[in-house]
Design a protein around this ligand. Structure first.
Ligand code: PLP
Length: 406
């Protein structure tokens, strides 16, 4: 008799974004003339840049020739791409051998757990990108949820009071997820804040899984772009990152994970965690698409990097427009200066799903309710800076003119 993985039944509710899509669809069906603007899901909107298009096209052309054809490649990724990514870590101890290319940060952030014991205690920032929680629920590392809060999971609240970066957990935890720049709050951890977590992890033989998917959006050079800028991080941290937001690869799919030789936990030798991840990837993954990897190599050449910078500036200008518009209305808004997300305090203390409905009904604008990212997200709301400029301006105009504030 086959049995299902009953942990799936513990999942508190539908995944956040399908729920947003459902409510938006229902509104759209009831109001077919409404022109809905979406600043909800953090999906990129601008087209691929010319250097990347060239890189992708050349790879396709080459595959059409006998000499240029290649089949399966190393599951770790092609050498030129691993070298190019490693250059982003210049000044740290990371080298190309530590880079594992993948089809994106989402899958890596859940797949990485399979190399750790199922009785590890997991700590997450609250609010957090939902995948960290849901994937650990599915893997059986939590109990049941009561009102969206899972037994056995350690929530590290990120609030306005602590600048949206958590205190160290008060109990011993084994695996800690940190996302900086943060989705959804837009906050970026400082060197000192990360150093506290690295010191904690080394002392407690814990592992930090650091998600740097938005690192290129950091404008303030004094803030760390990778956890490996922090002393000792190579002994306790695995970093996961992505081409999705930096160059618009959300549909193209390309990411990477960094596993240094030195990283260890309670019962492993240096080098062993890296070997396990290599084994895991060799077993379950046949490598990212060779065409897409060529696009990644192009993205990291000098012309590609310049275009990336311009694309990032474009989205950051959107973020500025959104944050400024909200502030003018007297709405308290955070983030948006080193991250493409603006995290606003819902006006008049209304609930975040209630604000979702209000914004949709009064302004025909879709955003993301903070509560969907964890209990501490209640009372907050995320607006994404990924959008065409005209849409972002129109959304801000509508919010300014049509949102009914008491
Ligand atoms: N990590 C964070 C924090 C994200 O916000 C996202 C996407 O929104 C991802 C990872 C997913 O990245 P990818 O498209 O590479 O799977």
């Amino acid at each position: 008799m086959a049995k299902i993985n009953a942990s799936y039944r513990k999942l508190a509710a539908g995944y956040l974004f399908p729920e947003i899509a459902k409510r938006t669809r229902a509104f759209s069906e009831a109001n077919p003339d409404a022109d809905i603007l979406r600043l909800g899901i953090g999906d990129t909107t601008e087209s691929l840049t010319p250097t990347i298009v060239d890189g992708l096209s050349q790879a396709v052309q080459s595959l059409g020739t006998p000499e240029g054809y290649s089949g399966y490649g190393d599951s770790e990724g092609i050498g030129a791409l691993r070298e190019g990514i490693a250059e982003m870590y210049a000044g740290t101890s990371i080298h190309a051998d530590d880079i594992f290319v993948s089809d994106g940060a989402k899958s890596d952030s859940s797949n990485i757990q399979s190399i750790f014991s199922s009785d590890n205690v997991i700590a997450v920032q609250d609010p957090a990108y939902p995948v960290y929680v849901d994937s650990n629920v599915i893997s059986g590392r939590t109990g049941n949820a009561t009102e969206g809060v899972y037994d056995g999971l350690v929530y590290m609240p990120c609030t306005a009071e602590n600048g949206f970066f958590p205190e160290l957990p008060s109990q011993k935890v084994d695996i800690i997820y940190i996302c900086s720049p943060n989705n959804p709050t837009g906050a970026v951890a400082t060197h000192a804040q990360l150093q506290r977590f690295v010191d904690y992890a080394i002392e407690n033989k814990a592992i930090i899984i650091f998600d740097s998917a938005y690192a290129v959006f950091i404008q303030d050079d004094s803030l760390p772009k990778t956890i490996y800028e922090i002393e000792g991080a190579e002994k306790c941290a695995i970093e996961i990152s992505s081409f999705s937001k930096s160059v618009g690869f959300t549909g193209v799919r390309l990411g990477w994970t960094v596993v240094p030789d030195a990283v260890t936990c309670e019962d492993s030798e240096p080098g062993e965690i890296k070997k396990l991840w290599t084994r895991r990837q060799n077993t379950f993954f046949n490598g990212a698409s060779n065409i897409v990897q060529a696009g990644g190599v192009a993205a990291l050449n000098p012309a590609g990097k310049e275009e990336m910078k311009q694309l990032v500036s474009f989205y950051m200008e959107n973020a500025r427009i959104i944050r400024e518009g909200l502030t003018k209305l007297g709405i308290t808004a955070y983030g948006g200066d080193n991250a493409p997300y603006v995290w606003l305090k819902t006006p008049e203390g209304i609930g975040s799903w209630e604000f979702f409905d209000k914004l949709l009904e009064e302004c025909h604008v879709v955003g993301t309710p903070g509560a969907g990212f964890g209990p501490a997200g209640e009372g907050y709301f995320r607006l994404s800076a990924f959008g065409h400029r005209a849409n972002v301006e129109e959304a801000v105009k509508r919010i300014s003119e049509q949102l009914k504030l008491g």
